[in-house]
Design a protein around this ligand. Structure first.
Ligand SMILES: C[C@@]1(CC(=O)O)C2=NC(=C\c3[nH]c(c(CCC(=O)O)c3CC(=O)O)Cc3[nH]c(c(CC(=O)O)c3CCC(=O)O)/C=C3\N/C(=C\2)[C@@H](CCC(=O)O)[C@]3(C)CC(=O)O)/[C@H]1CCC(=O)O
Ligand SMILES: NC(=O)c1ccc[n+]([C@@H]2O[C@H](COP(=O)([O-])OP(=O)(O)OC[C@H]3O[C@@H](n4cnc5c(N)ncnc54)[C@H](O)[C@@H]3O)[C@@H](O)[C@H]2O)c1
Length: 237
């Protein structure tokens, strides 16, 4: 009898988004190794971070994160009132019952929550992450295999072009200046801006974009944008 195999998954995936957490309140419950990784992730997103854990349960990394950053730290066990001003909750405690209780309370209050290692209580999962300046890459296996996410992430990391982060930074700067020269949303101005940016990004090498300084950015705009052409790298450098 013939059998068919399929690699297609019938369960849906997850929504991959870059969540803007700047100045929002992120509550981390726990102070061990997993908590320290969560704290680093939410700090990198510019969140206002609160950590709840008895001080004698903090590992060295979490301790230094608390010492070196603007983190509100409460040296005690979790209280339900801790959820009051939280925009996001991350639990990383070695108490499954309490973790689930916190997960369920967050759901009831519609606060997005991640309960480490307990997928059915998570509104979102963490993934294996790469950050190089403004470049952010996350590998998710949608809960199927965190270790493989880690391995695949390392391979991707090795293959990222060297100047990628710097190139993105410079193009970001250029786009800001371009929007100052040609402000407005939608319509012809947007169309022209987008076409010019696409042409520039596709015709220049990443390294050349990465090497742009402020003066060259101005030159690119004066001689390129204003004349509606994409100048060669050599004419700008
Ligand atoms: C990616 C990473 C991000 C991070 O946490 O920052 C992450 N787990 C990492 C490592 C890791 N976790 C585990 C191992 C042991 C080996 C293995 O099982 O593979 C290793 C590897 C190691 O330790 O080396 C055990 C584990 N994890 C979960 C369960 C429960 C279950 O599967 O039911 C169990 C079984 C517990 C048990 O058996 O008792 C659940 C989750 N772990 C997730 C994320 C979410 C899904 C991610 C995805 O979609 O792929 C999800 C669903 C929820 C969440 O926690 O957000 C980080 C790697 C970061 C990096 O190195 O780059
Ligand atoms: N997703 C992952 O990558 C991953 C990896 C390893 C472990 N885990 C899970 O994450 C959880 C935490 O792992 P860990 O290695 O950081 O644990 P850990 O034992 O090092 O730390 C537990 C922390 O919880 C704190 N804590 C305990 N009870 C508390 C309470 N009532 N209120 C506030 N804080 C409290 C302790 O002070 C301690 O800081 C475990 O449940 C583990 O299964 C997840």
């Amino acid at each position: 009898m013939e059998t068919t195999t399929s690699t297609a998954s019938h369960t849906p995936g997850s929504l991959l988004i870059a969540w803007q957490l700047r100045d929002k309140h992120a509550l981390v419950v726990g102070g061990g190794q997993v908590a320290s990784s969560r704290v680093q992730h939410v700090l990198a997103a510019g969140a206002k971070v609160t950590v709840i854990s008895p001080a004698d349960g903090l590992n060295e990394e979490t301790k230094s994160l608390i010492d070196d950053n603007h983190i509100v730290f409460h040296d005690r066990k979790f209280l339900s009132t801790d959820l009051d001003d939280a925009d996001m909750v991350l639990t990383a405690i070695d108490d499954v019952e309490l973790s689930r209780h916190i997960g369920a309370s967050c759901r009831a209050r519609r606060i997005p929550v991640n309960v480490a290692d307990d997928p059915s209580y998570c509104d979102f999962y963490f993934g294996s992450q790469i950050r190089q300046g403004p470049l952010q890459i996350m590998v998710s296996t949608n809960g199927k295999s965190p270790k493989l996410a880690n391995i695949i992430r390392r391979r991707i990391e090795e293959s990222i072009p060297k100047g990628a982060g710097e190139a993105i930074e410079k193009v970001g700067l250029l786009r800001e200046k371009l929007k100052e020269r040609a402000p407005g949303v939608g319509g012809d101005v947007s169309k022209r801006r987008m076409k010019w940016m696409v042409d520039l990004c596709t015709s220049w090498e990443l390294d050349d974009l990465a090497g742009l300084d402020d003066g060259q950015i101005e030159k690119l705009l004066d001689e390129g944008w204003e004349r509606n052409v994409v100048p060669s790298r050599d004419s700008v450098y």
